[in-house]
Structures are given as C-alpha cells and as structure tokens.
Design a protein around this ligand. Structure first.
Ligand code: N01
Length: 499
C-alpha cells in the first residue's frame, strides 16, 4: 500500500493532468487508474483531502450524513451520523493509500499557468515543480478552497492574532482570551461553540442571521457499526434511504418555497430552545426565506451565543484598530484574537486566471463577461479538453457533493473513452449547446428560493446571478452526465505526426 506521493522530475508529457487532491481529484485519479490511463495529480498541499485537509478549525464537521458523504465505491466505517473533519481526512487518506494511486500525486505543487496550444492540441502547463504538456486538463480545484478575507478598513493594522477559519492557527493560545469571530456561516456556527468554552469573552459579528435547524447527530453504537460493516447491503440501504430522503427537499428549494414552512418552524423552535433572551432571539431571527442561504445545522450555536461570556454584535463593523473592532455606533470592543470566518472565493476562483483557452483568453476573462458557465457544469466552450469537476452550477443546497463529483467523473471517463476510440485529439462544447444548456438552467433557477428568497449569498456572483448551484434533482444531474454526448461538441481529429 503506497502512502507517498510522486517522486522524481515531472515527465515532459502526461495524457491527463488533474489539479487538486480533494474528493474530486481523488475520485478522478481512481477512475483513471482503473481505465489504465496515464495521469498525474498536482496539489498545492502536502496530502490528499482538499477542503477537508485545509479546514481544521475546532468543531469542523460535515453537515451531510456520513453514509452519503463518502464514495459509492469506498464505504467508510463512520463513528457517527455526521462525520467530524479528522475522520473525513483519515478516510480520504485511507482511500488514497489503498487504491494504489498515491504515487501519481505530486504534492506541494501548484498549477501556475495552463495554456491551450491549438497547433499541437494540448495544454502547455507550468507548475511550481516544472513544466509539462498534457492532452487533457481536469480541474478539481473546487470553489471552497481560496479563503476570502473581509475588506474592512484597518484590518491589516490589527496587532493581535488574526486568521481565517480555513487557515486555523493551532499555535494560537485561545484560553482566557478576548476573541472575536466575523461571520455567521457554516464555518462560524461550528467554531463559535468551541471558542465560547475557552474564551474570556467572545464577540460574534453577524451581518446576516442564518437559518439554523437542529443537528440530528448521534454516535453509532458498536453493534450498529458492526452491523453496518458486516451485514451485506445494510450500508447501501442506509445510503439509499438518506439519498432519497434528501431528494424530497428538492421541491422546497426549486418550486414552491412555501412548502419549506416546516423547516422554518423547526428553525424557529431551535431559536426558542437554544436562547432564553428575547432580544437575542430577535437578533438571530433571519428576515429572508429559509433555503435562500445554505440551511445550517447546530444544537450548540444558539446556547453558546446565549452564554454570559458571549455577545452577538449586529451593528455593522466600521473599522478595525490595532486593538479591537469599532462598530457603526462608535463602540470599540477590544480583542486579543480575531477569527475571520468570511467564506471563500467561490465565483471568482483564482485558478480561472491561470487557465488560458483556444483564443488566448483566460477563463477569468471569459467568465468576467458571461458569469461562470460551462456545458453540463463540466466543459467550457473555448477551452478544449478541459474538464471541471464541481464546475459552474453543480453545487447542491441539499445533498452530497460526492454524488455530483462521481457523476462528473463518469462523464469525463466516458469522454476519454470516446476520444480514444475515435482518435480525437480534442473535444470542445459547441457555443450553441452551452448557451442553450445555460438558458434552460437559468430559466429554472429564476423560480428557485435562491433567486426569490430575498437574500444575498455566496451562491450569487457580483451581478446577482446564481452560477454555483444546480436547480434540479441530483437524479437529473446524473442522467445528464451518464454518457459523453459527442453531438454537443466540436471534435478535432488526430494531430499529424509532422506537427
Ligand atoms: O462561509 P460563508 P463559510 N463583514 O460564505 C460573513 C461549506 N461548509 O466558510 O451572510 C461581516 O457561508 C457573511 O455574512 P453575510 C458550505 O457549503 C460546510 O461559513 O454575507 N461579515 C457570512 O455570515 C458553506 O456554505 C461545512 O451577510 C462578513 C460569513 O461571513 C460554505 O462552505 C462547514 C463579511 C461567511 O459565510 C462556506 O461556509 C463549513 C464582512 N465584510 C463550510 N464578509 C459543513 O459541512 C463575509 N461576512 C458543516
């Protein structure tokens, strides 16, 4: 069982270069290996895991049930119904090692630049470990990988400890300190209960109150865990039941937001259970339709806010000083540690600047005009032989991204099979096919709670367009990706040997 990454100099050429070693890159690698393909994976980190390697903040855990948030081909032996981050990271390490693909992973290596060479029909790639060419480029870099820092006056002058939730400073001494957290998203609501227990004082800066429903988490008793491991088909039954249970949420997001009323009632009851102070209850009650932003799950966030050493600050932040945070009403709250849990560059991903297509334009330039878009969330006009796993409009508000990833990897696998069978040097989605696919997607998007729910969220780009989420069932997503549809593509034959 190999546990180390790729050793030695990069080859001059590889058939498929994969960027990113998270769930997406790992699934791609395992399937390419099964098909006997020549491939390498580069990742800036020193191990597999992606977001589950980088997000090590206290309390980090998944909000999708463990049985579903794992590969269909590699069931995990989970200790509880919602896995904590260390368990997911260990699972990914184990899957990578046991699948025998680790020696194709080039760790601590960043993609710096990739440009399509139209003459030779291949990608010219520069990485921090050297240059190579690749026939096909697969990006599994993900939208939740690049931390987004808040643009607040004076933040660079703060003299205490400051770090982003996804770059947790484990050397920082937090016990007995005055700590502030900016943000109340999925990361913050997991961090806050942990910090509240150790801080002398905890200030939580809320710009928008999220909807939070109870977290129905439990440890699997030993006998259940044993049964899951030993009884044939039991794990699959759990997984299938959870999958279809989650699919029943789809209409609440995508058709008639009012049928989400039971979820809202549950969230309101969660506030009443967790918070005794009426004024605090008012402050944490959202003013938009449930589902418009990601629905969060927690049993501990509200009680933490209600504790004597915690304060929820809803006055807007005016500026940060070397010693604290000043709000619009002029109050300065002094702090020792500042945690920014302010999300990620999701609709303006840095990797888009590094990939340059057939017409000499970067993905970032193209998307600056059109918004992030792709064909079936996976391939992009103007960028031959580029596949994006977790591409535009493939995110989910209700289910597991691992399901999406496996669906896209199946499509890529089939594309490579079709290319090899027909000796195609390049495939590129036709402009009209991509436009039509996006026109239909956005027509549907207009009827979803993400468009009509009255909130701003990271799902939307700077023009208010939802370029991140999938507005239908995951069944329809999978069906659309079940085989490579050559008719939607321009294909190029083999490159003559003389070039
Ligand atoms: O980031 P977010 P996240 N001043 O963007 C606030 C996944 N995830 O890291 O709502 C003040 O959701 C911002 O306020 P507002 C999951 O998909 C999963 O928490 O924009 N505040 C918001 O409250 C999730 O959705 C898990 O008004 C500012 C917060 O910062 C995604 O990652 C765990 C601000 C950012 O929230 C991102 O979650 C963690 C400013 N200038 C993450 N700028 C699980 O599976 C931003 N904010 C459990």
């Amino acid at each position: 069982m190999s546990t180390q990454g790729f050793r030695g100099p990069l080859p001059e050429h590889v058939d498929v270069l994969v960027v990113g070693a998270g769930f997406a890159g790992l699934a791609t690698a395992i399937r390419l290996d099964e098909d006997g393909r020549d491939f390498l994976v580069v990742d800036k980190g020193d191990s597999v895991g992606g977001t589950w390697r980088d997000n090590t903040y206290p309390g980090a855990a998944c909000d999708v049930p463990s049985q579903l948030y794992s590969f269909s081909f590699a069931p995990g032996d989970w200790s509880r119904s919602f896995s904590p981050q260390p368990e997911i990271k260990a699972y990914l390490d184990r899957v990578a090692a046991s699948s025998g693909v680790l020696d194709r992973f080039v760790f601590s290596t960043s993609l710096e630049h990739a440009a399509w060479d139209e003459t030779r029909q291949r990608w010219d790639v520069r990485t921090s470990a050297g240059s190579l060419t690749a026939s096909v480029l697969v990006s599994g870099a993900g939208g939740l990988s690049e931390p987004k820092l808040p643009e607040i006056a004076g933040i660079e002058d703060f003299a205490g400890e400051i770090f982003h939730s996804a770059r947790w400073d484990h050397d920082a001494d937090l016990a007995g300190k005055r700590i502030a957290v900016i943000g109340t998203g999925a990361s913050a609501i997991q961090i806050v209960p942990q910090l509240q227990q150790v801080a002398a004082r905890l200030d939580v800066y809320q710009r928008t109150a999220p909807w939070i429903i109870p977290r129905h988490d439990r440890t699997y008793p030993g006998v259940e865990r044993l049964a899951l491991a030993k009884v044939p088909g039991l794990r699959r039954l759990y997984r299938t039941a959870i999958y279809w249970g989650r699919e029943t949420y789809v209409p609440a997001f995508t058709l008639l937001p009012d049928i989400a009323k039971p979820a809202e009632l549950m969230a309101r009851a969660n506030i009443r259970t967790g918070i005794s102070d009426p004024e605090l209850r008012r402050k944490v009650t959202p003013d938009f339709k449930i589902g418009c932003k990601r629905i969060l799950i927690s049993n501990t966030y509200y009680p933490a806010l209600d504790a004597d050493n915690a304060e929820l600050v809803t006055d807007p932040i005016a500026r940060i000083t070397p010693t604290g945070i000043v709000t619009a009403d002029g109050t300065e709250r002094e702090i020792d540690v500042l945690v920014v849990a302010t999300g990620f560059h999701t609709t303006d991903q840095p990797i888009a600047h590094q990939i340059v297509g057939r017409e000499g334009r970067s993905l970032a330039d193209v998307w600056a005009e059109s918004g992030m878009q792709a064909y079936r969330g996976t391939t992009i006009h103007g960028f031959p032989n580029l596949f994006q796993v977790v591409g535009p409009n493939t995110g989910l508000g209700h289910s597991s991204m691992v399901f999406v990833i496996e669906s896209q990897v199946a499509y890529i696998r089939d594309a490579l099979r079709v290319m090899a069978q027909n000796s195609y040097a390049a495939v590129e989605p036709r402009r009209d096919a991509q436009d039509e696919w996006n026109r239909r997607l956005h027509r549907r998007m207009g009827r979803t709670v993400w468009s009509t729910g009255g909130c701003a969220s990271w799902y939307l780009d700077e023009h208010g367009r939802n370029t991140t989420l999938w507005p239908r069932s995951t069944v329809s997503l999978r069906l659309g990706l079940r085989s490579f549809d050559t008719r939607a593509y321009t294909v190029t034959g083999p490159v003559p040997a003389t070039t």
